[in-house]
Structure formats: structure tokens, C-alpha cells
Write a protein that binds this ligand. Structure first.
Ligand SMILES: [Zn+2]
Length: 211
């Protein structure tokens, strides 16, 4: 079986597994536990609209998870089927043709199975870059990032984390003008990626900032 689980789906499943463990730890009522089980099963199947029998057999044992150990071994079994982020240094560089000296993080610095997007600060220009793949194409943003030194809701992963203001600058319709668009996003993009449980939210964010 080929890897078929995207990183965002894997993180979604991880959160569902956590719900099961919590339900067993806190609710003694069997009915409550069963309700959580069927909700989890339903929501996991929902994120795989065209699932094969084999894939279903891998995922459905999620409902037998009732403690931390089983949770870990279940997630461990899924791991070989998680897709890697399709890293390509050339592909990423081509997105930003004006950034002649752009340094893209090297492949060994990234945990490719954990990320839905790649983000880094270029040491030469101090700009923050965000790139992802959509419909087999690279999409990307760059802009300034100012840490806010407080927690807030990240516009990208929707979690309550240490955030900062990311601001992109696009050329306006009138020559010489710029449109600035900004949002608070996580300071730590590795952590943010762990919280990305829907790739569509990520795309929405990127499109909104691109205008
Ligand atoms: Zn975030």
C-alpha cells in the first residue's frame, strides 16, 4: 500500500486518538465512551472521501484505542503510510525569482512527514518564507515577521500559541503602490505544522494573503 495520509490528516488522526484516550481516562460511562468512538470513526472516515478497503482496515482499528500505549502503537502503524512533503529546492527557489541569494533549508533539517508547509526566515534579507504544494504546484508567500511576545490565535493552524505578525507586501494595481496584508501566525512553524489538521485552512490562509 502506497503512502496515502497527508501530514495534516495524520495530525488530525493524532488529535482524534487523543480524544479516545481522554474519554477512557475521564468517562466511566460506557455510553459516553461509545459515543466518542463513533464520532471519532465518523470524522476520520470523513477526511478520506475515496478510501480503499485496505486503507480502511488500517484506519478503523482506531476505535480500539483506549490508552496511551495503544494510541502510540496505532499511530506507529500509520507512520509508513504518511506522505512526505514533496521537497524540491529548485521548485521552491523558482517561486521567488527576485530573491537571487535565497537560502532554502536543506532537506536534512526538515521532518518531511510532519509538515504541510515549509517556513523559514532567510538570514540575508530577514524575510519569512512560507511554501506549500497545491494541485501539484508550488505556492508561496514572503513577508516580514514581528514576534508579538504573547499568545494568540494563529490564522494558519487556528491554535492558541505564541504568535507574531506576518505581513506580506504585494504590488498594487497602480504602479509604485503596494498592498500590505497581515495576520498573526505561530512563531514556531514546526509546532504550527503539528496543529495543522486541515490543509484547506492552510490554502485559504495563503490565498487570502496573496490577494
Ligand atoms: Zn499556527
Amino acid at each position: 500500500m502506497e503512502p496515502f495520509i497527508r501530514a495534516d490528516q495524520y495530525h488530525f488522526i493524532r488529535k482524534q486518538v487523543q480524544k479516545l484516550v481522554n474519554a477512557h481516562a475521564t468517562a466511566n460511562d460506557k455510553d459516553v465512551q461509545n459515543t466518542v468512538k463513533s464520532l471519532v470513526e465518523e470524522s476520520v472516515l470523513k477526511i478520506f472521501p475515496s478510501i480503499s478497503n485496505e486503507q480502511e482496515q488500517l484506519l478503523l482499528p482506531i476505535t480500539s484505542v483506549d490508552d496511551k500505549e495503544k494510541a502510540e502503537s496505532f499511530l506507529h502503524r500509520l507512520h509508513p503510510y504518511v506522505q512526505s512533503f514533496p521537497y524540491s529546492e529548485q521548485g521552491i527557489k523558482k517561486l521567488f525569482p527576485k530573491e537571487k541569494k535565497l537560502k532554502v533549508p536543506s532537506i536534512d533539517e526538515i521532518n518531511l512527514k510532519e509538515i504541510s508547509y515549509l517556513s523559514w526566515v532567510d538570514p540575508n534579507t530577514n524575510k519569512k518564507f512560507i511554501v506549500a504544494r497545491k494541485d501539484h504546484k508550488w505556492i508561496g508567500l514572503h513577508g516580514s515577521f514581528t514576534p508579538s511576545n504573547q499568545k494568540g490565535i494563529c490564522a494558519l493552524c487556528k491554535s492558541h500559541e505564541e504568535v507574531g505578525m506576518f505581513q506580506s507586501k504585494e504590488k498594487g494595481k497602480v504602479q509604485g503602490t503596494f498592498i500590505k496584508r497581515g495576520n498573526y501566525i505561530c512563531k514556531d512553524s514546526e509546532r504550527c505544522n503539528q496543529n495543522v489538521t486541515s490543509i484547506d485552512k492552510l490554502y485559504e490562509f495563503m490565498e487570502r494573503l496573496k490577494g
